[in-house]
Ligand binder design. Structure first.
Ligand code: NAI
Length: 243
């Protein structure tokens, strides 16, 4: 029996990269996956690869867009058992050059988005007395990075949100955990220099960059019934990079 047979799983930022790998991993285990991306046609590219998946266009930083989309998901697929807050952006630059817009946009998608999507599933999960939320943070939220003040703050914020919601929702059998990826090969990291890649490979004990699948394995574990006594935790998946 697949771990997520007939469960409704919502994955934000599912059009590519880590989100696509996560959506596909749930799909392989029998879930009915709601794939969210900013533009529906991009989410469709993932949904078409997963039996029974549905694509939705939604800006996770926009309150009404989240409310409408999540209501539609419930009416199409039913009450969600799992939410994965994966959508995220970077606007990297040194603090001296960082505009207010660079700061606000990153908080809006990475942190406000996780808040809005979590809030949108909470009532139904509380009523069902079951839920699993997994928030994608970053090792940058645990250790910081020059040129990423906005991103590091948003990802540290995601860890705080995770712990607060774990305390708030635990009595209803809803667990809330985070995953902190290291350096994963996706479009987000494709622009980094060869030098940077080589230094990551040299530093990480596992000796390679991570893949979306490496992250998906951790996410599906935390979202499984078996992980029911784990909450408020951050699982670092980085090949040992921050050791
Ligand atoms: P990506 O850039 O390849 O994909 C990001 C996804 O988020 C896309 O599907 C995009 O459509 C979606 N998205 C962006 N803004 C959105 C919005 N306003 N509303 C809805 N969807 C939106 O990124 P990647 O690398 O797959 O990263 C996924 C998550 O993992 C992000 O939260 C990122 O911060 C995090 N992460 C990535 C690492 C890496 O090395 N690639 C390392 C640590 C964390």
């Amino acid at each position: 029996m697949s771990r997520f047979q007939d469960q409704v799983v919502i994955v934000t930022g599912a059009s590519r990269g880590i989100g696509r790998a996560i959506a596909e991993a749930f799909g392989r285990e029998g879930a009915r996956v709601a794939c969210i991306a900013t533009r529906r046609e991009n989410a469709l590219a993932t949904a078409e690869r997963i039996a029974g998946a549905i694509a939705y266009g939604c800006d996770v930083s926009n309150e009404s867009s989240v409310q409408e989309t999540f209501a539609q998901i419930e009416s199409d697929l039913g009450v969600p058992q799992v939410l994965v807050n994966n959508a995220g952006i970077t606007r990297d630059t040194l603090l001296m050059r960082m505009s207010l817009e660079d700061w606000d946009q990153v908080q809006a998608v990475n942190l406000r988005g996780a808040f809005l999507c979590s809030r949108a599933v909470t009532k139904s999960m509380m009523k069902a007395r079951y839920g699993r939320m997994v928030n994608i943070s970053s090792i940058v939220g645990q250790s910081g990075a020059a040129g990423q003040a906005n991103y590091a703050a948003s990802k540290a914020g995601v860890i705080g949100l995770t712990m607060a919601l774990a305390k708030e929702l635990g009595s209803r059998n809803i667990t809330v955990n985070a995953v902190a990826p290291g350096f994963i090969e996706t479009d987000m990291t494709s622009e980094l220099s060869e030098e940077m890649r080589a230094s990551v490979i040299a530093k990480a004990p596992i000796g390679r960059l991570g893949s979306g699948e490496d992250i998906a394995h951790g996410v599906t574990f935390l979202a499984s019934r078996e992980a029911g006594y784990i909450t408020g935790q951050t699982l670092t998946i980085d090949g040992g990079l921050i050791l």
